[in-house]
Design a protein around this ligand. Structure first.
Ligand code: ZN
Length: 381
């Protein structure tokens, strides 16, 4: 080996090449970047189930089983994404590249992943069901979740939702994030934001909640997260597509008036129930007019395209529904799901599976009566 190295040094020397000037790939922490023109992936989650034993025994168990992911599952998914060479990218960078008609530039071998989290509001209906109560920013500006444990204690949990878990993960694995990108936190407004009921509280309680929510927003942004509008009301009119331009305008104005002062304005709109608008739809034109130049519906194809100057970034729901019912949507694009599903998931799902396959919308119709917040189920193929 020594002989071979000496020989190479000699040969390079003959041609005037200084070996020490050649880029050294493995030993360097700076991995060379290269143009990437393949697929851009976009997945989303809802707030994580921290205590499955509570969630899956609640009245909303079936809904949670479909639309949510547990903390244990999410941590495994994150590790798998990392092992399979995905890297978190900033959606604004994806748009910029698309507009310039240029490929993304990524560390060699990496695949770009956009991550979003919907309904980070900790709605009333979730309380007592094993989710976080609210987000908090600690004195060091670190994001965590205030969680009420099954025994009734309130604790600050640094693994209490997607955002702090990702923050910790990227701290350990810097190469899982391109230039510090994290993901998108999508919020509605009808029950406040991040668990703070800023749209219903009054007086001192309101001021306090506003301050805390502002601190959370600023800590999130400092850490690389972006905040998106997920409508104000999450009204059911989005679900069947019947929302009128006038209603959409009222809803959006309300979010801008009541929520944006706390979260900051945003150019990202994540549609409720995953509704998608065509490039010619006046409702999309309205959103673009209001400054939303990134629109994210739900679709298993995860396509990224431009409608004019608006980036459309379709998202795959990486939740109980897809993992249990359409695992191939995940396995074909990401990795096998072996060992990921939480053992606490109710077995009744399997029993009902065949019925559900034949009743394309029954489940979502039934449960969304109570759970107006949940994302649209992609149409079964
Ligand atoms: Zn939603």
């Amino acid at each position: 080996m020594k002989l071979l190295t000496s020989l190479l040094v000699f040969l390079f020397g003959l041609f005037g090449i200084n070996l020490s000037a050649l880029p050294i790939k493995e030993s360097s922490s700076v991995i060379s970047r290269t143009e990437y023109s393949g697929k851009v992936y976009h997945i989303f989650f809802h707030s994580l189930i921290l205590y499955p034993e509570l969630a899956f025994q609640s009245d909303t168990a079936e809904g949670y089983n479909d639309w949510m992911t547990t903390r244990a599952e999410f941590k495994k998914i994150l590790q798998k994404l990392y092992e399979n060479d995905f890297i978190l990218v900033d959606i604004d960078e994806v748009r910029a590249a698309k507009l310039a008609n240029k490929p993304l530039v990524l560390p060699e071998g990496k695949k770009p992943l956009i991550l979003s989290v919907d309904d980070v509001n900790y709605y009333d209906y979730m309380r007592g069901d094993g989710f976080a109560d609210r987000l908090v920013a600690d004195k060091n500006g670190r994001i965590a979740a205030a969680v009420i444990t099954p025994s009734g204690d309130t604790v600050i949990d640094y693994e209490g939702d997607v955002m702090p878990i990702v923050d910790n993960f990227v701290e350990k694995h810097a190469d899982f994030s391109l230039d510090g990108a994290k993901g998108i936190v999508a919020v509605t407004g009808f029950q406040g934001v991040f668990g703070y009921r800023i749209t219903t509280l009054k007086d001192n309680a309101l001021t306090e909640a506003q301050n805390e929510a502002e601190q959370v927003a600023s800590a999130l942004k400092k850490s690389g997260w972006k905040i998106a509008c997920h409508s104000y009301s999450h009204t059911r009119d989005f679900r069947d597509g019947s929302i009128t331009l006038a209603r959409l305008a009222l809803d959006t104005e309300k979010w801008i008036e009541k929520i944006a002062p706390v979260t900051g304005t945003t150019n990202i709109y994540i549609s409720p129930f995953g509704i998608s608008f065509s490039g010619k739809d006046e409702r999309l034109a309205y959103l673009v007019f209001k400054g939303y130049n990134i629109f994210c519906p739900v679709s298993k194809t995860m396509n990224v395209m431009l409608y004019g100057r608006c980036l459309i970034s379709e998202r795959l729901n990486f939740d109980g529904f897809t993992m249990q019912k359409y695992p191939q949507r995940i396995t074909s694009a990401f990795f096998p799901l072996d060992g990921i599903l939480d053992k606490n998931r109710p077995s009744f799902y399997e029993e009902r599976r065949s019925t559900l396959l034949n009743q394309k919308t029954a489940l979502v119709e039934r449960y969304s009566e109570d759970m107006t917040i949940l994302a649209i189920r992609p149409k079964p193929v």
